[in-house]
Design a protein around this ligand. Structure first.
Ligand SMILES: Cc1cc2nc3c(=O)[nH]c(=O)nc-3n(C[C@H](O)[C@H](O)[C@H](O)COP(=O)(O)OP(=O)(O)OC[C@H]3O[C@@H](n4cnc5c(N)ncnc54)[C@H](O)[C@@H]3O)c2cc1C
Length: 337
């Protein structure tokens, strides 16, 4: 276990932002993690890094970046209806989903091909195509940075919400997630109603529905719609879809009659952030190497050598224009460092 000084993070964040961290180290055991958390350096700031697919570095990092490489997938229990699968935080998310699909553990197929690692999945309750990890989450273990004690969190303890959990708010930067246990179905409950899954299954000429077919459909859709970070730097959706009150929605709808919307409950409406951004004229915008994706206005991109600050400033301009045109405040989904 080596602590490397002045280390480039360019290949450790999917935006491909070229910043350096003062110190960098990887850990593959809990003892190594504890030792690194205790290490006496010229700075006390310690940041846990997974796959770097939900962060934007806006400057050099003046601290120790700790790359999580805790590995392992274990079937820890089963009952009449479920398999309980414990996965360590450093496992790649899609590799884990593929493992479950191969073993006929159902429930994660709609979450295929999301970048990043298992450890970050509860951070923002990752979701796609009508499923969020809270739907299949059983528990997690996390190390408290101060005191180095291990704590167990149930779904209720995690306070999951739309791209939210207790780890993003109340306990921000306090815990290192070590492993997550998922409760997966023995008999699959297929969820094909969201997005273009049904059309894709038809296109694939699927005769009999299976978790394998759904996973492949999701992979096909995502690969055709979302920019691959290996080709164009990005961190997926940069903003959350905002929720507004029903009264606000009624007022806006009189002016913007075509505004798409989804009912959250009797008092709240969700509006797609991509539509709001597109209406403000940002789709395909490019300034230097920072831009808004040509097909996905919710995705900000680094075409080559944009700085994190340039991407952040662009996100500020987008927020301002949406606020001015619609009176809606966009909230970032990506973590700004
Ligand atoms: C092309 C693309 C598509 C995407 N699509 C989706 C999508 O459909 N749905 C979705 O929800 N997200 C999506 N994302 C966002 C991203 O993939 C997820 O948020 C993912 O869970 C981030 O994982 P990571 O390991 O890369 O986290 P990182 O970016 O490394 O870290 C994110 C945050 O979590 C913290 N963290 C990471 N690991 C731990 C740990 N073990 N303990 C404590 N804190 C930790 C970090 O400190 C940081 O604050 C997409 C991203 C991209 C690039």
């Amino acid at each position: 276990m080596t602590i490397l000084p002045d280390f480039s993070l360019k290949h450790y964040n999917t935006f491909g932002i070229d910043v350096n961290t003062k110190y960098f180290a990887a850990f593959s055991t809990i003892d190594e993690l504890k030792e690194l958390l205790d290490s006496q350096l010229s700075t006390n700031t310690k940041f846990i890094l997974g796959g770097g697919s939900n962060i934007l570095f806006t400057k050099n990092f003046d601290g120790l970046v700790l790359k999580n490489e805790l590995k392992g997938i274990e079937l820890v229990n089963e009952d009449a209806n479920h398999f309980y699968v414990k996965t360590f935080a450093g496992e790649n998310w899609h590799r884990f989903v593929s493992y479950c699909i191969q073993h006929n553990y159902a429930g994660l197929e709609n979450l295929s091909l999301i970048p990043g690692n298992v450890g970050a999945s509860p951070m923002q309750n990752i979701g796609a195509y009508g499923v969020e990890i809270k739907d299949v989450f059983e528990s997690l273990e996390a190390l408290k940075k101060s005191g180095k004690t291990i704590h167990n969190f149930s779904a209720k303890d995690c306070e999951f919400g739309y791209r939210e959990s207790v780890f993003k708010r109340k306990y921000k930067d306090e815990f290192v997630i070590l492993n997550v246990t998922f409760r997966l179905n023995k008999v699959p409950v297929f969820n094909t109603s969201y997005g273009a899954i049904e059309q894709e299954l038809e296109k694939m000429k699927v005769q009999e529905l299976s978790i394998q077919a759904i996973s492949q459909a999701v992979i096909n859709i995502r690969s055709s719609k979302l920019p691959n970070p290996k080709q164009i730097g990005n961190a997926g959706s940069f903003f959350k879809n905002p929720t507004i009150s029903f009264t606000e929605y009624q007022t806006l709808q009189q002016v913007h009659t075509l505004m798409p919307h989804y009912k959250v409950d009797d008092l709240h409406i969700k509006v797609p952030a991509a539509w709001l951004i597109e209406q403000c004229g940002w789709k395909g915008y490019k300034n230097g190497d920072a831009g808004v994706h040509i097909n996905q206005p919710l995705v900000l991109v680094n075409y080559a050598n944009a700085t994190g600050k340039e991407i952040y400033n662009l996100s500020e301009e987008i927020k301002r224009s949406v606020q001015n045109k619609f009176g809606i405040e966009l909230e970032r989904e990506v973590n700004i460092i």
